[in-house]
Design a protein around this ligand. Structure first.
Ligand code: ADP
Length: 580
């Protein structure tokens, strides 16, 4: 129970908890052995003072030397273990945490990425884990180890002489009390700093992403000004926060050290009244410097520990978001896609209401409707990119919400508007469609997708790097690459966002040619924007405001004279208008 809470508080992995326990254990041992050293010193000093007063020979010189050597050896060995357990193991923890976070992110439903943007997630994976690393390595073992060893030492001191023990130790709880009192302040300022940092990286990312638009519209100055303001604000908030925690930490350190003064005062009084001898006071003075030392190390960092709570919370949030899970096998009977009374909301507002339709295998089903009516949403849901809130979606009789998204997607090929291309060669970008496809297979798919002729024109043919997200390719070329990928994958279901609107006539014919090869015999769900495609579809589902307004074969719907008929007429008119 305690272990779970501890693990959550510091965002540790299971292995991390074990390692931290080791770190705590060795810190306790190191601190106690150091105390052993202090006892040897005390014993030798009292022997030495004895010889001064009684003129007796030094007792057990050989024993003393032996003890010192033993102490040095033990101290070295335990320090080494402590070092390994605190610093060494933590580097693994950083790696394990990043990997487990990445694994988790991979399995999270896509909707999560709308809530936390890329800059924010990168900050968690890199920045937050880095901050936690410092806490894991420099604070946890030392601090918790020191709590335990100080408790043991405090009991011993109290048994020896409770008056001196109190005079020497009262500062410790007061100092920690003060620090814990300042915790809220530290956490709040850490949160503010974090928010300001995310605003800065958001600003930079936004500027980089939109650099073309910014240049084209001459808004560089305005953008930079905004960024400057964000950076200044971040700096101001950070300085204010660090100053605040710095004051508390230093005050705590001073208070703890006041213990030396009170020990001397109380000790002197007790000696004067003859209740203790000087050697006892000497022993206590030796001990307290060693009691404070491990705390000193962690005091400066304890503020960091409080601040780290924000980072731990952000890491935990990823760990605790439910992942989209499901069966590892997907064996549908055929590939009909069936929506039954589907309701869905991205946030609170429902965007699909009671949507039911079937997209049959071997047919092209076109989703049409005004912009914002829910066409893309339906296509995304059909591939379980999000989970629905009402109704069911079945593929070949299997409820897709019961299938692991990764397994499910093996049966899908998607050609969407936002084609994602990687900064790699044309060959590798197409090969993404099918893991381990041979060069011949890739070439064949590229040919079928009408990529071949433009690839031949590239300086190194298929081995030409295409720049980040295919920056060196035109819209039509990018889309043909994504069709080639889909052809290579040869999945039974094809989701297609028909984005040919931006292409010129020649390109469009080529893309259409490529598509017809891709779609043959598949279950095809197409988000249609042009009536020409729609007329060739087997079935049309007309969406309006997130509801199915009408459905049926194109000729049926034309005859009916409803929304579809109206849309066809509108497009026809606008086409004529263009021609005039
Ligand atoms: P269409 O493809 O027909 O243009 P969409 O399916 O894209 O329509 O959008 C349907 C509704 O859902 C719209 O009101 C749109 O604003 C909203 N929407 C689309 N994507 C998101 C998203 N990622 N987060 C929140 N709302 C969204």
């Amino acid at each position: 129970m305690f272990s779970k809470k501890f693990q959550r508080k510091y965002a540790l992995t299971d292995q991390g908890v074990k390692n931290t326990k080791k770190g705590v254990f060795w810190t306790v041992i190191v601190n106690l052995i150091v105390m052993g050293g202090v006892s040897i010193l005390y014993w030798m000093m009292s022997g030495f003072i004895g010889t001064l007063t009684d003129a007796a020979p030094l007792p057990g010189a050989a024993l003393a030397i032996g003890l010192v050597i033993l102490f040095v050896l033990l101290s070295f060995a335990t320090h080494l273990q402590q070092y390994k357990a605190t610093y060494g193991l933590v580097y693994n923890e950083v790696k394990t945490t990043r990997i487990s976070l990445a694994e988790r992110l991979r399995k999270l439903p896509l909707g999560y990425f709308g809530k936390r943007d890329l800059a924010d997630l990168t900050e968690t994976l890199m920045g937050d884990v880095n901050r936690m690393e410092h806490v894991w390595s420099h604070v946890l073992g030392y601090l918790y180890g020191s709590y335990i060893s100080t408790a043991v030492i405090a009991v011993c001191l109290l048994v020896y002489d409770w008056r001196l023990a109190i005079a020497c130790l009262w500062g410790v709880p007061v100092a920690f009390g003060l620090l814990f009192g300042s915790r809220k302040f530290a956490a709040r300022s850490a949160e503010r700093t974090k928010e300001a940092a995310v605003r800065v990286s958001d600003g930079i990312q936004e500027a980089l992403e939109n650099i073309r638009e910014i240049r084209a519209t001459n808004r560089e100055d305005r953008y930079l000004e905004g960024l400057d303001r964000k950076i200044d604000e971040h700096e101001r908030i950070m300085i204010r926060g660090e100053l605040g925690t710095g004051v508390f930490v230093n005050a705590a350190s001073v208070i703890m050290r006041l213990g030396v003064a009170t020990t001397i005062l109380v000790g002197a009084n007790l000696i004067l009244s003859g209740r203790i001898d000087f050697m006892l006071l000497f022993l206590f003075l030796l001990v307290i410097t060693r009691v404070y030392a491990p705390f000193d190390q962690s005091l400066a960092l304890i503020a960091e520990m409080f601040v780290s709570q924000v980072s731990a919370d952000r890491i935990n949030e990823i760990y605790e978001t439910p992942v989209a899970e499901g069966a590892e096998v997907f064996e549908p009977k055929g590939h009909d896609i069936v929506f039954q009374h589907v309701g869905f909301a991205y946030d609170e507002k429902e965007v699909l209401h009671d949507v039911s339709f079937t997209a049959k295998e071997g047919e092209v089903t076109a989703l049409v409707g005004p912009s914002g009516s829910g066409k893309s949403t339906c296509a995304r849901l059909a591939a379980r990119l999000w989970d629905i809130s009402k109704g069911t979606i079945q593929v070949g009789g299997v409820d897709i919400s019961t299938v692991d998204p990764e397994v499910l997607l093996r049966d899908y090929a998607m050609v969407f508007q936002d084609v994602v291309l990687f900064d790699d060669t044309v060959m590798e970008n197409i090969r993404l469609g099918k893991h381990g496809a041979t060069d011949e297979e890739v070439r064949a798919a590229a040919k079928a997708a009408n990529c071949d002729e433009f690839v031949q024109r590239l300086p190194k043919g298929y081995d030409t790097p295409i720049g980040e997200n295919g920056a060196k390719l035109s819209g039509g070329e990018r889309q043909r690459i994504s069709i080639a990928r889909a052809l290579l994958k040869d999945a039974p279901i094809v989701l297609l966002d028909e984005a040919t609107a931006s292409l010129d006539v020649e390109n469009e014919t080529k893309v259409q040619g490529a598509l017809s090869r891709l779609l043959a015999g598949k279950t095809v769900l197409v988000i249609a924007h042009r009536m020409r495609t729609v007329e060739a579809a087997d079935k049309i589902v007309v969406l309006s405001d997130g509801r199915v307004a009408e459905e049926g074969a194109p000729s049926e719907l034309m005859a009916k004279g409803g929304l579809y008929h109206h849309m066809v007429e509108l497009q026809r008119q606008s086409a004529q208008w263009h021609l005039e």
